[in-house]
Design a protein around this ligand. Structure first.
Ligand code: SAJ
Length: 436
């Protein structure tokens, strides 16, 4: 299909191929489908395709099931293993990190290669995956050029538009944020940015800011690095406060009364597939310069071991100790365990010979066996809260304490109601508080 130059792609484009149906691709596909686009969702995992085509979803995310089912009902969404010709292609695949802390672009390259046979003049290709700076222009565009199309300014008869538009949604609030958040759109050419803007305008209520592709890649990495560095600062302050016998949580709360201060929260470490990974892409791009970023990563990566040391201290005189782990998801109210600090805590405790009772009401699949609450608390000597799931607020310390051998709580997130746990006979220790 060749569009006359003066007609925007957005006015004609209806058919979209979304490559990757994970945490970003599936919600994006569903939002597009409920906003008038005909969407082909593509994933290499055939069990995901089967699940979706059977009317179910493979991810737990508020509002997602209703939206996907609505899209299916409209007849605007199908899931399949291979792409096909479309007006627009979104690439929403993971970018894992290798053991050498380098970006693994295998999925991005494979997705770009998969669409090459289906590309036609005036198509728009948008990469949403988080990638090292320069990836769209230097890695993706050369693959797309294998189609024989040119990536240029829209004046030629064989032009392809390519843009980078990072996803910025918060797991747990994805659907709302896909629609509400401001977006940064980086075009490989200014024309590509304009074309992408016209498409995002059809389903995004936030503001759309245009720039070039490499700047947009750096914007995304800077956002998550900002958070990682600030969490590292909070974690360092927690250790300092503990050393000085001060409660870091009170310090943070009071410091944040300053109009220009926003200290983040310390905790058991930084998990998830974003903040614990993305800063490495900046370090990879400029390893000599990115000193603060690297140190912050190291500080946050060491947090699970700080938790383990605390656990050892609290159980050192107990024979054959049993520990209850409350929460294995990387943060509250999600089912995602990728890069979760809990994995490192559990691995170290297991190695040290601890008996464990692991509880997580949100997580369905985890490398270690999960127990029911009462089974986990039975005969235990210490409860360690790792994840701030709202459901944990409903635990009854008085009742659960009766099941335990010793009543101790280590709250790594300043989350539970310590007064009621203390009143039920628990010794309560908080990470980052030099006081009991
Ligand atoms: N954490 C702390 N202290 C804090 C905040 C978070 O220890 O003060 C921990 C959390 O417990 C969790 C990790 O950090 O283990 C990351 O959680 P998060 O809620 O900060 O972020 P993510 O990874 O769920 O989502 C982030 C978001 N980025 C920013 O807020 C800048 C989201 O908007 C991005 O779309 C997402 O990364 C992504 O996909 O890149």
């Amino acid at each position: 299909m060749n569009f006359p130059l003066n007609i925007s792609i957005s006015k004609l484009a209806h058919k979209v191929c979304v490559m990757g149906l994970g945490y970003i691709g599936l919600p994006t596909a569903a939002v597009l489908a409920t906003n008038g686009f005909q969407v082909i969702g593509v994933d290499v995992n055939s069990s995901i395709i089967d699940t979706l085509n059977n009317g179910d979803i493979h991810i737990k995310e508020p509002g997602l099931r209703t939206m996907v089912q609505g899209a299916y009902k409209l007849g605007n969404l199908v899931a399949q293993s291979d792409p096909e010709q479309a007006d627009i292609f979104f690439i929403c695949v993971p970018t894992p990190i290798t053991s050498a802390k380098k970006a693994d672009l295998g999925y991005v390259i494979a997705a770009a290669e998969a669409i090459v046979p289906f590309l036609r003049p005036n198509n728009l290709v948008v990469l949403e995956s988080t990638v090292p700076p320069g990836t769209t222009t230097n890695v993706v565009v050369p693959v797309l050029r294998r189609s024989g199309l040119t990536v240029s300014n829209g004046a030629g008869p064989t032009d392809l538009f390519v843009a980078y538009c990072p996803e910025r949604v918060l797991p747990g609030n994805i659907i709302k944020e896909i629609i509400a958040n401001n977006r940064i759109i980086g075009g490989v050419t200014p024309e590509a940015a304009e074309q992408a803007k016209a498409i995002y305008k059809r389903f995004v209520e936030g503001d759309l800011y245009l720039t070039d592709a490499t700047t947009a890649e750096l914007v995304k990495l800077s956002e998550n690095t900002f958070r990682d560095v600030n969490i590292a600062l909070a974690n360092e302050l927690a250790d300092i406060c503990e050393e000085l016998g001060v409660d870091v949580w009170e310090v943070i709360q009071l410091a944040n009364r300053h109009p220009r201060v926003n200290l983040h929260s310390p905790g058991p470490g930084v998990g998830g597939h974003c903040i614990s990974v993305d800063p490495w892409f900046l370090i990879e791009a400029a390893s000599e310069i990115a000193r603060l970023i690297k140190l912050s990563r190291e500080i946050n990566d060491e947090r699970p071991l700080v938790v383990v040391d605390k656990i050892k201290e609290m159980t050192k005189i107990i024979p054959d100790p049993k520990v209850v782990i409350l929460g294995v998801a990387y943060k509250g109210n999600v089912d995602d365990v990728r890069e979760s600090p809990a994995i490192h805590v559990i691995r170290a405790l297991e190695k040290a010979g601890y008996r464990l009772g692991i509880v997580d009401p949100h997580v369905r699949s985890f490398p270690w066996e999960l127990s029911g609450v009462e089974e986990a608390f039975s005969g235990a000597d210490l409860v360690v809260l790792l994840t701030d799931h709202e459901k944990f607020r409903d635990l009854l310390p008085e009742k659960l304490g009766c099941l335990m051998r010793k009543r101790q709580l280590l709250d790594t997130r300043h989350f539970l109601d310590h007064k009621s746990w203390r009143e039920s006979g628990f010794l309560v220790v908080q990470l980052g508080s030099g006081r009991e």
